[in-house]
Design a binder for this molecule. Structure first.
Ligand SMILES: Cc1cc2nc3c(=O)[nH]c(=O)nc-3n(C[C@H](O)[C@H](O)[C@H](O)COP(=O)(O)OP(=O)(O)OC[C@H]3O[C@@H](n4cnc5c(N)ncnc54)[C@H](O)[C@@H]3O)c2cc1C
Length: 389
């Protein structure tokens, strides 16, 4: 007997768990497959926290997705009784001696402009106001400018994934964990999915394989996607309770380069550390042999370049570290589109390091597309077309 489903979701991290949940909610005959057992620490969705904010300096095309996601996180909380979305606010700030926060390219500037255009509740703060409200950033330069969004905050990624997979299973989705998809090909009108444990057929397939996507999908994705290793640090703080009470999630720009940025979160309850990280896009790596170790030298360098002289009360000792990866496109935006060579396969995982906050809304839109051929949210901005010019 052939196993045949209406939809197969391949990869059950942030994007896959959300899509599987929404498809099962819509009554689809659906299966989800993952090479590991999500939530896990091998992909792009671990590390306790992810920032979410309505005003995305990345562009207005993300606003409908994040709005839907904020609604869905609350629905999931009501269904599961779990805390997924902590609305502690987000501070986006530029404080730099070499970079003008009024430069139109500045991320804080773009965030403020977008919030103004789309009527997103926010406050614009000058240096004195930032110092008064958020004493953990020190020194704040006189030229600094801040954007505070009270509706933003952080998500608990592992719990978001776990809750959606549990609900999907309760709603009738089949889950196959620790099973690796090896190949996809068309057979008649169906897609034939070969795994290390057998063959599955589906009318439609969603590939949400994160950093492993290019290996599974081949051309043109292998030429478009780069996997960039990222490191996360939980630095010791002297007064975690004070920090937790007054800390929003934050993004701090301190220069014009991509890695002149740090971001972080309030200490989680019961923890004596604050998660602070930066981003790197220069060096690509092989997702099949990602270096999972963070050396003492990396910790020292992170502290020296991103923490020392920018925060007060944060020590140089990292109580925890982790390694994660971005799947990056040439223009740092998402790719969500049909596979040009394998009909009925939709590709969703290339989110260039800013996808989690949109994942719940994306799952809803993709499920609508599978069930009715169209989604309430317009996903055309994420089409592959833009790379064909
Ligand atoms: C360090 C870091 C910080 C980030 N911070 C933020 C943030 O603050 N805010 C934000 O919005 N976004 C953030 N992001 C981005 C966001 O977390 C990712 O875009 C998102 O989590 C990626 O989800 P995914 O489903 O594409 O990938 P994953 O969650 O990695 O899921 C892919 C899944 O596919 C499975 N898989 C892969 N290959 C196969 C196969 N062949 N067969 C079966 N299964 C397979 C894997 O096991 C995995 O479970 C951050 C990312 C990183 C790495």
């Amino acid at each position: 007997m052939q196993e045949h489903y209406q939809v197969a979701v391949l990869g059950l991290g942030a994007m896959g768990a959300a899509t599987l949940y929404q498809l099962s909610k819509a009554g689809a005959n659906v299966i989800g497959v993952d090479r590991h057992a999500p939530p896990h620490t091998q992909g792009s969705s671990h590390g306790d926290t992810r920032i979410t904010r309505l005003s995305n300096g990345e562009g207005p095309q993300y606003l409908p997705l994040v709005r839907s996601s904020h609604r869905i996180w609350r629905e999931l909380e009501a269904l599961s009784g779990e805390a997924l979305f902590e609305q502690c606010g987000v501070l986006v700030m530029t404080s730099s001696s070499v970079y003008d926060p009024h430069d139109p390219a500045d991320f804080t500037h773009r965030t403020i402009e977008l919030a103004k255009t789309y009527g997103i509740e926010h406050q614009v703060l000058d240096a004195a106001q930032i110092r008064q409200r958020f004493g953990q950033f020190s020194p704040v330069l006189d030229s600094a400018i801040g954007y505070f969004e009270p509706q933003g905050g952080f998500l608990r990624p592992e719990r978001c994934i776990a809750v959606q997979l549990q609900l999907a299973a309760q709603q009738g989705a089949q889950l196959r964990l620790n099973e690796t998809v090896l190949a996809l090909e068309n057979e008649g009108t169906a897609v034939r999915i070969s795994t290390d444990q057998g063959v599955i057929y589906a009318d439609k397939v969603i590939v949400s394989a994160g950093m492993w996507s290019a290996g599974l999908l081949g051309a043109p994705f292998d030429a478009l996607l780069r996997v960039c290793r990222q490191t996360l640090y939980w630095f010791e703080v002297s007064e975690p309770a004070r920090f937790a009470a007054q800390s929003p999630s934050f993004i701090l720009t301190h220069g014009p380069a991509f890695n002149d940025v740090s971001y972080g979160f309030p200490p989680l309850p019961g923890e004596g550390s604050m998660k602070i990280a930066t981003e790197q896009y220069e060096t690509a790596c092989d997702p099949y042999c990602l270096d999972r170790n963070v050396s003492d030298q990396q910790i020292e360098q992170m502290y020296r370049t991103q923490v020392a002289g920018r925060f007060s009360g944060v020590g140089s000792r990292a109580l925890k570290t982790s390694v994660c990866a971005y799947t990056v496109t040439p223009d740092y935006h998402f790719i969500i589109d049909e596979h040009p060579c394998v009909p009925n396969v939709t590709v969703v995982s290339a989110c260039s390091g800013h996808g989690f906050k949109h994942s719940a809304g994306l799952g809803e839109a993709l499920a609508q597309r599978c069930m009715s051929g169209r989604s309430d949210t317009d996903l055309s901005a994420f089409s592959l077309q833009r790379f064909k010019r």
